[in-house]
Each structure stands twice: as C-alpha cells, then as structure tokens.
Design a protein around this ligand. Sequence first.
Ligand code: AMP
Length: 120
Amino acid sequence: MSYDRDNIFAKILRGEIPNDTVYEDDEVLAFRDISPQAPVHVLVIPKGEYVSLDDFTRDAPAEVVGRFFEKVSAIARQLGVDGDGYRAIANIGQNGGQLVPHFHVHICAGRPLGRMIARE
Ligand code: AMP
C-alpha cells in the first residue's frame, strides 16, 4: 500500500489540523486521541511517511525503528502511566482495524483495560 499524503495524520504533521501535543521532537509526534478509549489515550507517530508497522520496520533504518519504540515507552513514563501499566497497540490493515494509514502506536491507560481483544 502506498502512502497517502492526504491522510489525517499527515495533515496534523503539516500543521493543517490542530492537535493536542504531549511530546514532539525531530522524529516523532505524540498527541491525545480525539476520541479517547481510556482516561489516557495518546497516539505516537513517526514523522516519516510509513503506512503501518509493516513498512515502518521493513523500510525505516533500524536505528529509527529502535528510537521510535524507546520513545513510546519514554512518553508513557512522561504521562506517568508506567507504574500502574498501560497498553501499547498498533493496528495494522483491515483486519487489524486500522483507520488512519499513517503508522501509529496507541498508548492507552488510566484504568484496567480488560482482556486483549474484544469479542464481537
Ligand atoms: P486506528 O484505528 O488504529 O487507525 O486509530 C486511529 C485513531 O486516530 C482513532 O483512535 C481516532 O480516534 C484517532 N483520530 C482520528 N482523527 C484524529 C485527530 N484529528 N486527532 C487525534 N486523533 C484522531
């Protein structure tokens, strides 16, 4: 799947749509989810053009991938959710329930989150 520069996170990265930033540097942006599923719900995205975890880990340099995941856990510590715990989720593709085709990791926390996957 090729990267769609019109996706909503690309527009956020270009500053065309506002966001509630919790962390930003030259490689990543973390912002609060507009429709939170938990008391704390933050999205962490790389600034590079990657559709999902799949092409991110295939195409990005290993150091970029490593730094990205270090930052996900550092952002969780910054949010103060590491003590009680949290869930880091990457939805990939149609069956994964991915809605926005720019790679992102959800950090969800602030209450017990139950079992991993909701039963339909
Ligand atoms: P996913 O299903 O993993 O692709 O999740 C996409 C997430 O992006 C959802 O949790 C949405 O609530 C969230 N989202 C969509 N638009 C925005 C926005 N403008 N600002 C913040 N979060 C958004």
